[in-house]
Write a protein that binds this ligand. Sequence first.
Ligand SMILES: [Zn+2]
Length: 244
Amino acid sequence: MIINEERNLLQFQFPSYDEQLGLNIYAYVKNNEAVIIDNGYEQHFLEVKKELDKRGIEIRMAIQTHFHPDHIGGLPHLRHVPIYGSVHAEYSLAKFYNNYEDYLPTVAVEDTIKVEFHDTKFTLMPNPSHSKCTMLILVDTFAFVGDECMFYDDEEQCMPYAAETIEMHRDGTKFLRTIIEGYLVCPAHGRMTYCTMYLKFVIMYFNHILKFPEQSYEQFSELFQVEFKNDKFHSHNVSKVKKA
Ligand SMILES: [Zn+2]
């Protein structure tokens, strides 16, 4: 685990290996209290918890970008604090678990709300995109975008994965583009960045496969001169178009 510090934000980075994406857990810290944004798989969360304990930092709140298994592993350990997440959490959880009570948010967010933490406010903005339960989280100039941006540690761009429809993912990405300017993008996978080109490439890619679902990833890549690593998601994404 690598710890990157950016102002009062701690990024706990679990590196990528081979073709596997790494993942991040974030702790926004004030006065030795923390808001945890996403919490990886259980083993990742426990490592982070140990480090926070060592530093004398207490977790006061959890906020979820979405409810896929690589983001929620710590939630059973966080039932004593408020857990904020999209009202559509259950919809996503039911796809992966029979029994998901320990992973549900305790505060279901339907429309944009502001949540106070010490002298700052978090803005929680539901925005169905990569998943139906995607929620953007903004505080100061940090934007927690979950899997709306996915990078490898070498900064290569991971191909987007449309868990729902291509249109939902594309339109959510378009919305994100309208608000993200000036924020430090904090992805759940890969390094923090001010660059938002990835979002533009994702919109181009989805528009392209909606029109030409029969084309290969290589054809897209050559035409637009855009490269995504992990292009095995292409066949999954294209299957979403054909189903529609
Ligand atoms: Zn993820």
